[in-house]
Design a protein around this ligand. Sequence first.
Ligand SMILES: [Zn+2]
Length: 154
Amino acid sequence: MPSRARSRYVVRYRKENAESLAKYMAAYYKKNADRIKADSATRRKEYPELNRAYVNKHRVLKLTLPYVKHETAMPVDGRCPHCRVMMTGKYPASNSPSLDHIIPLSRNGHHVPENTMMICLECNTLKGVRPLSYLLGKIALKDASCGITDNQLV
Ligand SMILES: [Zn+2]
């Protein structure tokens, strides 16, 4: 059977047999719950970046916000655009790259290319669900206080 015809057949079969399939899946899960849980725990550990992508996607879908599948590019210079740290760390290091929603999802920001950027984990944690202006203010304060200390030292 050609693959397109086959997939149409599968879709129709699943629709027509939804109830018995659901029963079968529930029974299968019940019987194999321990193995399934162990397998997914292993997968989460082995592929943390895939797991984060999955968690991210489902967070967006749960909030029923627009979701556009895309790759968010790293900055060309490899530095966090806010604090300028080199993002060479590996999660959960503070200088590891992390996906930031400029307008947070919890503030109705959408998962679209225009609303995502890669920033360091420290900045992302500091920003949390607050707008970008909060983070920039915090960084400006930090820089300003460092300036005063430097002046006092000289
Ligand atoms: Zn940063």
